[in-house]
Ligand binder design. Structure first.
Ligand code: UDX
Length: 447
């Protein structure tokens, strides 16, 4: 099939590439000429495991092209995906400028009946606005061309996006047009193996499904962070509690890891946007607001522990920071808990020696050169000359350090484990004080 994808961000680039890999001929359109130029030279703008090889192979095979020119791209697509960003507006609602600009461009160039598929995360009712925008542009041109607008939200996780796209656990299609559904069934057939993963529904339900999924996951995390904060106060270990509740299949082990709060491009934005959608429809989403509040407070947690350990005085201290990305296997630092910690440490007069396997360039890009941020090339290098070590991202490379060596290197052997990846007893046995999230016993021990 001939496919056009607007947007070469995470969603657009991964979706377009995976569709090309399945034998479709895909044209990706982006307004960023420099990005398109780099993609055509085989340079991938993001770090995403497995993506580069697929882009290069499909580009070389002539199944994947990148352009800034919408007209031929629109003429090319039997199916046209919209996968552009919906950043939060000042009031928390999703900014639809890019989505509607693409809709207008489609309307201005559409030459034959087509299926427009929206993959961007958008407020409920946006498909109708996309349809109206395309129809208005067609009217301006005085042409009458049939088209369908379908909602097909994505559920890709950064760091595992190619895998999620190739082996989706569900393919949500929101459409009331049997013809459009039949085409999408064909397009997705290679991804839809073993059992039918397609979940058909109306457009609005599909739009809400995306928000509901992310809000549910964010709620699980904030719930566990709240339990961790209670555990800390009552002298319980949240890690044992996590095992205790996760073994109930109704609760499950996934997404109940307490930590320094959720970050990334989706959860913070989508929880806020859903809260806003509810408000716009006259409903106060109390639970969503609490989920956000708990997360906002949780991002301060590691700094609070560090400040408390050092008696409230961090001026002149050096803190080693392992992890800058909002989660492992990505270089993305959007809404990353590391940012709040960095900024709080600087505010308190501390210097940070930071290491991340992938996000160092991103940190340099965000913060520039500054005396109180040393970006290190190796984990051990970050610890050299540091008073304490704080871990905020659970990269595999951080999971089993040489604690004896750390004890010898840190000036004041203490680890602040923002992801509970270490066994407190093992850390303490090496002579290092240990603070985790919601692990009352260890905090007490290290005082
Ligand atoms: C998320 C959804 O998982 C995905 O389905 C959707 O399409 C986009 O948003 P992503 O933002 O890439 O994906 O990351 P995810 O792995 O879900 O993690 C989000 C944040 O939650 C990270 O900061 C992570 O560290 C945190 N998290 C996750 C926890 O703190 N505890 C957990 O148990 C799980």
């Amino acid at each position: 099939m001939n496919v056009t994808v607007f947007g070469t961000g995470y969603v657009g680039l991964v979706t377009g590439t995976c569709l090309a890999e399945m034998g479709n001929t895909v044209v990706c359109v982006d307004v960023d000429a420099a990005k398109v130029e780099r993609l055509n030279q085989g340079q991938i703008p993001i770090y995403e495991p497995g993506l580069e090889e697929l882009v290069l192979a499909n580009h070389a095979a002539g199944r994947l092209a990148f352009t800034t020119d919408p007209a031929p791209a629109i003429a090319h697509g039997d199916v046209i995906f919209i996968a552009v960003g919906t950043p939060p507006d000042e009031d928390g609602s999703a900014d639809l400028r890019h989505v509607l600009a693409v809709a207008r461009t489609i309307g201005l160039h559409l030459g034959a009946a087509s299926i427009i598929v929206n993959k961007s995360t958008v407020p409920v009712g946006t498909a109708d606005r996309v349809r109206d925008t395309i129809a208005a542009a067609l009217r301006e041109r005085g042409v009458d061309i049939g088209f369908d607008v379908v909602s097909n939200p994505e559920f890709l996780k950064e760091g595992d996006a190619v895998n999620d796209c190739m082996r989706p656990d569900r393919i949500v299609i929101g459409s009331s047009s049997p013809a459009a559904v039949a085409v999408l069934r064909r397009l997705y057939a290679p991804f839809n193996r073993n059992h039918d993963r397609i979940v058909l529904m109306d457009v609005r339900s599909a739009e809400l499904t995306k928000y509901a999924a992310n809000a549910m996951l964010a709620t699980k995390i904030s719930f566990m962070n709240e339990m961790a904060n209670i555990a800390e106060r009552v002298g319980a270990d949240i890690e044992l509690v996590r095992h205790g509740i996760g073994s109930d299949p109704r609760i499950g082990y996934h997404f109940i890891y307490p930590g320094v709060g959720y970050g990334g491009s989706c959860f913070p934005k989508d929880v806020q946007a859903l809260d806003r959608i509810a408000r716009d429809h006259g409903y106060t989403a109390r639970l969503l607001q609490s989920v956000e509040q708990v997360n906002a407070a949780q991002k301060n947690r590691l700094f609070e522990l560090i400040a408390q350990h050092f008696g409230g005085n961090l001026a002149g201290r050096t803190i080693a920071l392992w992890g800058l990305a909002f989660k492992p296997n990505t270089d993305d630092m959007r809404e990353a808990p590391s940012r709040r910690l960095l900024e709080q440490l600087w505010q308190a007069g501390a210097t940070v020696r930071a290491y991340d396997p992938e996000a160092r360039e991103e940190a340099r890009h965000i913060y520039g050169e500054r005396a109180d941020l040393v970006l290190c090339e190796q984990a051990q290098q970050a610890v050299a000359g540091a008073d304490a070590l704080a871990v905020v991202t659970e990269w595999k490379a951080f999971r089993s350090p040489d604690f004896k060596r750390l004890a010898a290197t840190l000036k004041q052997p203490v680890i602040f484990d923002g992801r509970n990846i270490y066994d407190p007893a093992a850390v303490e046995a090496a002579g290092i004080a240990y603070y985790g999230i919601g692990r009352g016993r260890s905090v007490a021990h290290s005082r």
